[in-house]
Design a protein around this ligand. Structure first.
Ligand SMILES: Nc1ncnc2c1ncn2[C@@H]1O[C@H](COP(=O)(O)OP(=O)(O)OP(=O)(O)O)[C@@H](O)[C@H]1O
Ligand SMILES: [Mg+2]
Length: 293
């Protein structure tokens, strides 16, 4: 390990980040996203499966037990966001504020389920934390950092946020990890749980999971994606992959894997990858020349 650390430091990777190499790096911070498809049908209008939410809340409680300031949770907007977005009045410039309301009520369902598991979950409105800037998102990080400092589990979701031209822009939950990267200690891992075990290379219903994507050359992965249904407002896997490639370029190690509310534990997500159970399927997206390897 000392030899590897020296090699990493020679490449400009210093401090805690350089302590371990590929597969052995432990995340300081974990962002977990639970996809909307895992607890709702996006074709519906503002309906969520509270039994599924309760199952995931138990899993999250096990994940954060005994930890402090190490995890944030994102939930997909599901039928709250997609259902609401499809029904907006195109002539009302503030119509998208209804997405803020719908998504916040979804966050409150999650907060209630997590509180039932004794998790100090706090629903936070993305629209109050960030705005769309000329190139990147402009994030007001202080309140978010303080919530983490005091041991809360922030829960966030996509939202409708103010853009530079004064319009409201929908920011899907896929983009929220990017917001958290501005406050999360490095190295950060981002795990998105969804209804498929990763990026499939053999089409819908397939089983061949693309194991690795180098964030610097992701084009083969995009080629494997099929078209999103018209009722999905955020480009399904395309939106997810694009956002995770951006996060990986910012230094995060990112995963797409299948969610299961009855899974035994998610605790392994806080461990270095070489300590994970060997049967976990996933697509991993990282910068192959960065500290995660
Ligand atoms: N090559 C591919 N491999 C896997 N899934 C793909 C692929 N191409 C398109 N998809 C679609 O992407 C979907 C997953 O994205 P989707 O946005 O629906 O996830 P989600 O879990 O609901 O999360 P979110 O809350 O962000 O919407 C899959 O159900 C699948 O239909
Ligand atoms: Mg989606």
């Amino acid at each position: 390990v000392d030899v590897e650390r020296a090699a990493l430091e020679q490449h400009g990777v210093s401090g805690a980040t350089a302590t371990l190499s590929r597969g052995r790096l432990q995340p300081e911070f974990l962002v977990v996203k639970i996809g909307g498809s895992l607890f709702s049908d996006k074709r519906d209008f503002q309906i969520a499966d509270e039994d599924a939410i309760a199952g995931y809340a138990k899993l999250v409680a096990g994940l954060v037990a005994g930890t402090r300031n190490r995890v944030a949770l994102i939930v997909g907007g599901g039928a709250h966001a997609h259902g609401t977005a499809r029904r907006l009045d195109p002539d009302d410039p503030f119509a998208r504020a209804l997405i803020t309301e719908a998504n916040f009520s979804l966050l409150c369902l999650w907060a209630r389920a997590l509180r039932a598991e004794k998790v100090p979950a706090v629903p936070l409105q993305l629209a109050a934390l960030c705005a769309v800037g000329p190139e990147h998102l402009i994030v007001h990080p202080h309140a978010l950092s303080r919530w983490l400092d005091i041991g809360a589990l922030p829960i966030l979701c996509g939202d409708s946020v103010v853009a530079l031209d004064g319009t409201l822009q929908i920011l899907s939950s896929d983009r929220v990890p990017e917001v958290l990267l501005q406050v999360a200690p490095s190295p950060t891992r981002v795990v998105t749980l969804t209804d498929v075990p990763g990026v499939l290379t053999d089409g819908p219903g397939g089983s061949n999971v693309l194991r690795e994507i180098d964030a610097k050359s992701p084009s083969a992965a995009y080629d494997a994606l099929w078209e999103s249904p018209e009722w999905d407002i955020s480009g399904a896997m395309w939106g997810k992959l694009r956002a995770l490639v951006d996060c990986a370029r910012l230094g995060a190690e990112c995963y797409i894997m299948q969610g299961d509310p009855n899974a035994g534990s998610l605790r392994f997500l806080l461990e270095p990858r070489d300590r994970w159970p060997s049967d976990i399927a996933y697509t991993r997206i990282a910068d192959a020349s960065g500290p995660w390897g």
